[in-house]
Design a binder for this molecule. Structure first.
Ligand code: NAD
Length: 479
């Protein structure tokens, strides 16, 4: 039998590649740092720079393997349960069952290298390619509300795009963030990746975040958090992606399936105790269906409080803070109330209910702080409106120009279209719970970094790249 030379070459290449993978699997662990965790931010940044330089010589196939290694280590049941439990214990926010869902979602539905599709143009003058190349080392600041979810999805997207990443986790989610980063490093090492593609510091703090942002070696900053940190990265003079706060309104008109709308809204609003920035935060309901909506919400675990109780609760969940620079006093949400169970919040105003209560609802005016503030807890104010014009006007105002997320329950396509156009949000969910907007029960990939202010939207590997053009004049075309 004659064997073609090309076939022989391909077999040899495959064997050599297998051997090198096996050698990589057996390699000892990286020197410097403790599985990606460094004492000093400078050391963490330097290690990531070195790792990324080496990473440039790895193939797309390698990148796909490393991404798979991250997915696998998170999906390992023991790891998944541990990080989900620890996130709730450490931050005191959200619910274990929800964290399981969110962490799994991030591991499964964050796109990998398939997101980086090359664009090509061919014609009389030849062939031009546009490829998505790495940015370099990215500094990624992550929130308390989705600490592990954000590290999982940003690690997958950033590494798929050929970058290394220095994480600056929220200090209140330090333990779980560091543990996850170490798990990821061990998995990457086993898969043969350069050491320290994903790093952080042992003591995350605002000072360390600032130290991470300044070195020129950090080419891009990604902030997933509230307005202060988004403003900080946007003022850094570097390429920055800002994924900031939302205050998603929901409109329910009188053409909606009210029973379903009530269930969807309560399911979305109570998902991880309302921590997701996309979760329903206030409802504008047509007056002629509001009673029916409230009736079905109660059937789905909502507990209605009176106006006086709502005012008492507002005094507990919103606290006064004096601004250091201006001396002005403003109301901010109390950290001890964010992401807490509904029965725990009710207990704070002396109302005793069981765990079957998962959401607190109340009728309020538009000006009520529950409507105006992004609470991130299962409290849902309902404002009655007389018609679609009022509903859209108030809902757009309540969204405060964040252009983040909005929801609507309606069968009137004119109403749906008018609201979607007026509110201009990155995510607009029709007739479903909010989480459909990030690919849980809705089509499309997931992300936990939704970049409204800087426009990348539902971020993925492509968001963390630079476009580069390669031109071959007069050749390489076949027509
Ligand atoms: P946060 O703003 O308090 O903290 C976010 C991160 O920024 C943390 O790591 C924190 O240490 C850091 N940080 C905050 N201010 C800083 C400063 N001045 N200098 C340096 N570092 C600073 O937010 P949080 O409470 O953890 O998360 C909730 C907020 O994040 C909500 O507003 C929510 O809507 C938003 N969020 C947005 C998205 C999105 O994808 N758009 C996702 C999750 C959370």
């Amino acid at each position: 039998m004659n064997i073609d030379e090309n076939v022989v070459e391909s077999i040899v290449k495959r064997v050599v590649s297998q051997l090198s993978t096996e050698t990589a699997s057996a390699q000892t662990c990286p020197s410097g740092g403790d599985w990606g965790v460094f004492e000093s931010m400078n050391d963490a940044v330097d290690a990531a720079v070195e790792a990324q330089r080496e990473y440039l010589n790895h193939s797309m196939h390698d990148r796909a393997c490393y991404v798979q290694a991250i997915r696998d280590v998170v999906l390992d049941q023991e790891n998944l349960e541990y990080i989900s439990r620890l996130a709730v214990e450490e931050t005191g926010m959200g619910g274990y069952e929800y964290k399981l869902i969110k962490n799994r979602l991030a591991a499964v539905k964050t796109p990998g290298i398939e997101d980086l599709t090359t664009d090509a143009m061919s014609g009389d003058d030849g062939l031009t390619l546009v490829e998505y190349s790495p940015f370099g080392v990215i500094g990624s600041i992550t929130p308390t509300t989705n600490p592990t979810e954000t590290i999982i999805c940003n690690s997958i997207g950033m590494l798929a795009a050929g970058n290394a990443v220095v994480f600056s986790p929220h200090p209140r989610a330090k333990k779980v963030s560091l543990h996850l980063i170490q798990l990821i490093n061990k998995a990457l090492c086993k898969a043969g990746a350069p050491a320290n593609l994903v790093v952080t510091v042992s003591a995350p703090s605002i000072e360390n975040t600032n130290a991470m942002m300044s070195p020129p070696k950090i080419r891009m900053l990604v902030a997933t958090g509230g307005p202060a940190i988004v403003k900080t990265v946007l003022s850094s003079g570097k390429k920055a992606i800002g994924a900031g706060a939302g205050n998603p309104p929901v409109i329910v008109d009188d053409t909606a399936d009210i029973r379903k709308a009530a269930k969807d809204i309560i399911d979305g609003c109570t998902f991880d105790n309302n921590l997701p920035c996309i979760a329903e935060k206030e409802v504008f309901a047509f007056d002629n269906i509001a009673d029916e909506l409230i009736h079905y919400m109660k059937q789905n675990g909502a507990y209605m409080i009176t106006a006086a109780q709502a005012d008492a609760l507002a005094k507990v969940v919103l606290v006064e803070q004096t601004c250091k620079e201006t001396g002005k006093v403003r109301k901010i949400i109390s950290r001890k109330c964010v992401g807490r169970d509904a029965d725990v919040l009710l207990d704070m105003i002396g109302v005793k209910v069981g765990k079957d209560v998962r959401c607190i609802i109340c009728e309020t005016d538009f000006d009520h702080p529950f409507v105006q503030q992004e609470l991130m807890m299962p409290i849902l104010p309902i404002v009655r409106v007389k018609d679609i014009d009022t509903a859209i006007d108030l809902a757009v105002k309540a969204e405060h120009g964040n252009r983040h997320t909005a929801h609507m329950h309606s069968k009137n396509i004119d109403h749906l279209t008018r609201f979607a156009k007026a509110v201009e949000t990155t995510i607009f969910v029709k007739n479903a719970p909010s989480y459909a907007g990030i690919g849980f029960g809705g089509e499309g990939h997931t992300t936990f970094t939704i970049a409204g202010p800087t426009g990348e939207g539902i971020t993925s590997a492509k968001s963390f790249t630079r476009q580069r053009r390669c031109v071959m004049a007069d050749s390489f075309r076949i027509i």
